[in-house]
Design a binder for this molecule. Structure first.
Ligand SMILES: CC(=O)SCCNC(=O)CCNC(=O)[C@H](O)C(C)(C)COP(=O)(O)OP(=O)(O)OC[C@H]1O[C@@H](n2cnc3c(N)ncnc32)[C@H](O)[C@@H]1OP(=O)(O)O
Length: 213
């Protein structure tokens, strides 16, 4: 297997941003994967859309798969499982050179850290997490598997974002709170209290809007 050959799940906005990051870091992006039949054979940002995993079985032992090319936590989780089921190797975590990391950071596999993000001391990033551009993660923050943190989010110290939570653009989270699994925080929110699992909270201050599960 060549260490630098990748395919990326999703040829939408997130996948294209991940492609840009991979190119910057010197990876060879062989193509995008996309389950939508009408996307197969298209060229997106000069990269071919190869189709679904069964279409590239002949490449299985040559490349690794990036699953964090889609922003939806639920879809990310399903694509990770599918990629494993088909026997493909998963890509390591990819970190933009303009990310500031302290010396005490835990990084899982398959995550993406985008430009301008700052992680201070003792930050834990799980597997298949997206931390988009210009995010700040303060001391002792824990971002669990499959979570997606949108651009410009500020997360205060000792906050835990549980599995599969989605934090909308430009929102801010007060210290020492927990965002429950598979919950969503609307863009521009200020979250001051714990959020239970499987709900949408939004606004300033953020309040319950609806159940998602
Ligand atoms: C690089 C990139 O592009 S990364 C992309 C990152 N994307 C984001 O961050 C998107 C964030 N998305 C949002 O904030 C959206 O508004 C969503 C996803 C929360 C809307 O979700 P939906 O399921 O469509 O919610 P819906 O529109 O039914 O709204 C439910 C209620 O929440 C309110 N609401 C929804 N979003 C927000 C928000 N951001 N702030 C305040 N209230 C909101 C609605 O007004 C509605 O309130 P009401 O019931 O009192 O009338």
């Amino acid at each position: 297997m060549k260490d630098n050959q990748l395919v990326i799940w999703g040829c939408g906005g997130m996948g294209r941003e991940v492609n840009h990051l991979c190119e910057l870091l010197g990876y060879e992006v062989v193509g995008f994967l996309d389950e939508r039949l009408d996307m197969r054979g298209q060229i997106v940002d000069d990269i071919p859309v190869l189709g679904d995993l069964p279409d590239i079985m002949h490449l299985r032992d040559q490349l690794k798969v990036v699953c964090a090319g889609v922003g939806s936590p639920q879809l990310k989780k399903r694509l990770v499982q599918k990629t494993r089921d088909y026997g493909f190797s998963l890509a390591e975590t990819i970190v933009h050179p303009a990310v500031q990391l302290s010396r005490k950071i835990h990084l899982g596999i398959g995550s993406i850290l985008c430009a301008g993000t700052i992680l201070t001391i003792n930050v834990h990033i799980g597997h298949f997490v997206i931390v988009n551009s210009g995010v700040t993660l303060a001391h002792d923050v824990k971002i669990c598997d499959y979570a997606t943190i949108s651009p410009g989010v500020h997360i205060s110290g000792n906050v835990t974002v549980e599995e599969g939570a989605f934090i909308g653009t430009g929102s801010a989270l007060r210290e020492k709170i927990t965002i429950g699994p598979w919950s969503m925080i609307g863009g521009g929110a200020f979250v001051k209290d714990d959020v239970p699992g499987g709900v949408l909270y939004a606004g300033v201050p953020a309040v319950f809007k609806k159940k998602l599960i």
